[in-house]
Design a protein around this ligand. Structure first.
Ligand code: ZN
Length: 555
């Protein structure tokens, strides 16, 4: 597909009527001179929290956090990619499109991708036919029925059967060469079928395009080791990018604003069959950065489910911490030993209801990991010290006190551990999600103030990128100060900040105050870290005094 010319894109966006486009999805009314509002088309709600800026052509929902520009809105509601959305808008608002000539190398790369994708799609259909329409498939169909998986469910996930032979020949018959079949991970080095006699689970990207397979062992004489074997990593397949079941769960994730993450593909299938939604599997015990990024576009609330063996493993904890650091609200469902979600899908809803908060879970795991009371205490204290006070933290504290039978004074010390921790130099302090929470919010408010009051851009320019902890905030500062191209992430942030500035009535005076507060926050932190250098400390003190008097002047 050739590229649409940039001028054409701009013309389409200029011609698009934002209110018109959104009104087709939800009723809008004028909320102020500059904005419209209505009930959010992306989540269920009774009172309107969906805000539209008709001039900037931006939308933002205060309920579910979705936001972006008119193109993004069409992408989301019509389920299209960027180019598709531009073409949709062009048709709607009658703007003729012009396309760029693309380079021969781009063309070749694109054609290659398209061919491999087509090959994987045909292989999927081939495996499906082998499972449902052949004699060889009969025992496998029985096996599935024996695991209480209904045909309609397994067909939805497009399960199939590799017979260990026949696929490469079929692909060649269809005009693919052996090199392509290898590149798609379907042939081994000798040019024979890569997968032996196995049950095939197609692995799809978020849009439902098959990028690889996971194959489950069915026979004892299987030449491949491992109960489950994946397509080898290659041009299209990267295991760490795949979230099993996401393309089917997408809408429900956004609508319910949560995702349930389990370990096994069959768990995803069994739970969906039992009506538990939205469930995805992580392709391993640890969630990867790219999986979290994909999920983060849809929700910030995760329920992570692990069996008892995986629960305390370092890899599991690493994935969890990664999620916490990226601002996810994590709840943990640790299943009893030997139980898979697929074993008892009906009681699974109850387990979800009893999910533990991250801090409670971590403290519990630390207590169970060692018999040494002292060691358990030290580790649990560390976790509590990194967490801001909350009902969940109180629960964790009570658990610690109960299990270790702590005296009252020790407990009182822990209850205020956060304040105590600040006195000791602990850089890890700043990485804690809830602590970042307040600072992060201030950064966001400040940026909203600038979006709402462009006259303040010079004030923002006087702050350095170092004044912002969040990398996205940093990029947004650069954009406001220096201009440049926006990607989808920045457009979404601009949509949110504009809506916020209006709702919270952030005026210029408040903007100035926020600039000073962010300044003050950084100076105080610098002082805490570099306080031992007297000359530097004095200079920082002087700056801090200046900022404070400026704040006092603002009143
Ligand atoms: Zn919403």
């Amino acid at each position: 597909m050739p590229r649409i010319k940039d001028e054409s894109k701009d013309a389409v966006i200029a011609a698009a009527d934002m209110v018109d486009v959104v009104s087709a999805r939800t009723a809008l009314r004028r909320a102020s001179s500059a904005r419209y509002s209505g009930r959010c088309p992306f989540h269920e709600e009774r009172t309107p929290s969906f805000s539209v800026d008709p001039v900037g052509k931006l939308y933002y929902c205060f309920g579910c956090g979705k936001g972006g520009d008119v193109v993004r809105f069409v992408q989301e509601t019509e389920n299209l990619d960027f180019v598709g959305a531009i073409e949709w808008l062009a048709e709607r608002f009658r703007v003729p499109l012009e396309y760029d000539e693309s380079s021969p190398r781009e063309d070749a790369a694109r054609q290659r991708r398209e061919r491999l994708t087509a090959l994987l799609e045909q292989a999927t259909a081939y495996f499906e036919r082998m499972l449902w329409e052949t004699e060889a498939g009969a025992p496998v169909r029985e096996y599935l029925a024996g695991r209480a998986l209904r045909e309609e469910t397994t067909r939805e996930f497009r399960l199939g059967l590799s017979r260990g032979t026949g696929l490469v020949a079929k692909a060649r018959e269809r005009g693919f060469d052996v090199e392509e079949v290898k590149a798609a991970g379907l042939a081994n080095a000798r040019g024979n079928d890569y997968f032996p006699f196995r049950l095939m689970f197609p692995l799809a990207d978020a849009r439902g395009r098959v990028v690889g397979f996971q194959a489950r062992k069915l026979r004892d004489d299987d030449p491949l080791r491992g109960k489950y074997v994946n397509t080898p990593e290659g041009e299209l397949f990267k295991k760490g990018n795949v979230l099993y079941g996401l393309h089917l769960a997408r809408t429900a994730v956004a609508k319910q604003d949560r995702a349930i993450v389990v370990e096994g593909n069959t768990d995803v299938i069994a739970l969906r069959q039992a009506g538990v939604e939205p469930v995805v599997a992580s392709m391993g015990t640890a969630l990867t950065e790219s999986q979290l990024r994909e999920l983060g576009r849809l929700t910030k609330r995760l329920f992570l489910c692990f069996d008892a063996d995986a629960a305390g493993q370092e890899a599991t904890l690493r994935g969890m911490e990664l999620a916490i650091r990226q601002g996810f609200d994590v709840r943990v469902v640790a299943l009893p030993k030997g139980e898979d979600p697929a074993d008892a899908p009906d009681s699974f809803a109850g387990r979800l209801g009893a999910a533990e908060s991250y801090v409670y879970y971590r403290v519990r795991i630390e207590l169970e990991r060692t018999d040494d009371r002292q060691e358990a205490f030290i580790r649990a204290r560390e976790i509590l010290a990194r967490t801001e006070d909350s009902p969940e933290r109180q629960d964790a504290l009570r658990l610690l006190a109960d299990r270790l039978d702590l005296p009252r004074e020790t407990l009182a010390g822990l209850a205020s551990a956060r304040a105590g921790a600040a006195a000791t130099p602990a850089p890890a302090d700043d990485a804690t999600p809830r602590v970042l929470g307040a600072g992060m919010q201030r950064e966001r408010d400040l940026l909203a103030a600038i979006v709402g009051n462009p006259s303040l851009v010079p004030e923002l320019a006087a702050l350095t990128p170092d004044h912002f902890d969040d990398p996205v905030h940093r990029r947004f500062r650069d954009l406001l100060v220096h201009g440049g191209d926006e990607d989808a992430e920045l457009v979404a942030l601009r949509a949110e900040l504009g809506a916020r500035a209006e709702r919270d009535e952030i005026d210029e005076r408040m903007g100035r105050e926020l600039v000073l507060r962010v300044h003050e926050q950084k100076l105080r932190r610098d002082l805490k870290l570099g306080g031992s250098d007297l000359v530097r400390a004095t200079a920082l003190q002087a700056q801090l005094a200046k900022v404070r008097s400026a704040l006092a002047e603002l009143g």
